[in-house]
Ligand binder design. Structure first.
Ligand code: DQA
Length: 162
């Protein structure tokens, strides 16, 4: 069957078959590698994205990967993921501890949400022990360093049946 004549329901089935995950990163994570390396290590966000793309390919997942220092932009990407993605993996960074707006956006997303933190929040200052995002997260990975993102991708793949 030619491209032009393929019925819309066939295209829809193909789209549903290839699973897609959105990974979002909050404020200051663009500085990974130079920011407090004793806590966050030497790995840059570009390194993390490259490792995630390799893992996503191996798992047969499509991947969107973003970072922003702006709360509204992260909220817009969570809303966009409602139409494009089967799961969200999010390191909200400092917004973890402050943002009801980000929590509300995530509550409007229907698929699994996995919260990732490079450091172990519970070993750190008490203000980092509370997470608004955790009220919505289906899973939380903290303290596994950058590898946490790859663990989250494996778990997301299992949850969405990829
Ligand atoms: C972080 C932990 C947050 O408390 C902090 O504000 C961050 C990074 C982590 O990945 O360990 O920016 O989310």
């Amino acid at each position: 069957m030619g491209r032009q004549t393929r019925p819309p329901q066939m295209i829809e089935t193909r789209l549903k078959m290839s699973r897609h995950v959105t990974i979002l990163n909050g404020p200051n994570l663009n500085l990974l590698g130079v920011r407090e390396p004793e806590i966050y290590g030497q790995t840059t966000l570009d390194d993390i994205e490259a490792a995630c793309r390799e893992t996503a390919d191996a798992l047969g997942l499509g991947l969107t990967f973003h970072q922003s220092n702006r709360e509204y932009e992260l909220i817009d990407w969570v809303q966009a993921a409602r139409a494009t993605s089967d799961a969200i993996i999010i390191n909200p960074a400092a917004l973890t501890h402050t943002s009801v707006a980000l929590l509300d956006a995530l509550k409007a997303f229907e698929g699994p949400v996995i919260e990732v933190h490079i450091s172990n929040l519970h070993k750190r200052e008490s203000f980092r022990h509370h997470s608004y995002v955790s009220y919505r997260a289906d899973g939380i990975i903290a303290g596994c360093g950058p590898h946490g993102y790859e663990l989250a991708l494996h778990h997301a793949a299992r949850l969405i049946g990829a």
